[in-house]
Design a protein around this ligand. Structure first.
Ligand SMILES: [Zn+2]
Length: 117
């Protein structure tokens, strides 16, 4: 069962992504320290929207509904995909490109062009 994560009030002073010490909240439930870098994970809905955009790309149907369902299922299988405490957008992008490539012949750079940087 995945933890919903709720920020604790106390802060842990740890190095952040830029190497500087910064106050990090931890989860009150599981104790996990939150990723506070700007490389913030997005919700699954963001990737569902990206897939919808790819589906109707310039009047061309690049993905079918069945492919989209399979790709989203694949992302749901990635442990903690939606978990913004430890997942980063960079990791999500890699998993997304891999999943799209598994069920379509779209090139990685083309898929990447749909994702914000
Ligand atoms: Zn938690």
């Amino acid at each position: 069962m995945a933890c919903e994560h709720r920020d604790s009030h106390e802060r842990h002073y740890l190095p952040a992504h830029n190497g500087l010490i910064a106050p990090h909240p931890a989860c009150r439930e599981c104790g996990y320290i939150k990723n506070i870098s700007p490389d913030k994970a997005k919700k699954l809905g963001y990737f569902a929207n990206v897939l919808a955009e790819m589906k109707n790309y310039r009047g061309e149907k690049l993905l079918s509904d069945a492919q989209i369902r399979l790709i989203l299922k694949e992302l749901e299988k990635v442990e903690g995909f939606d978990d913004d405490y430890f997942m980063t957008f960079t990791t999500q992008k890699a998993a997304f490109i891999k999943a799209v490539r598994k069920y379509s012949s779209l090139s990685p750079s083309f898929v990447k062009s749909f994702l914000s940087s």
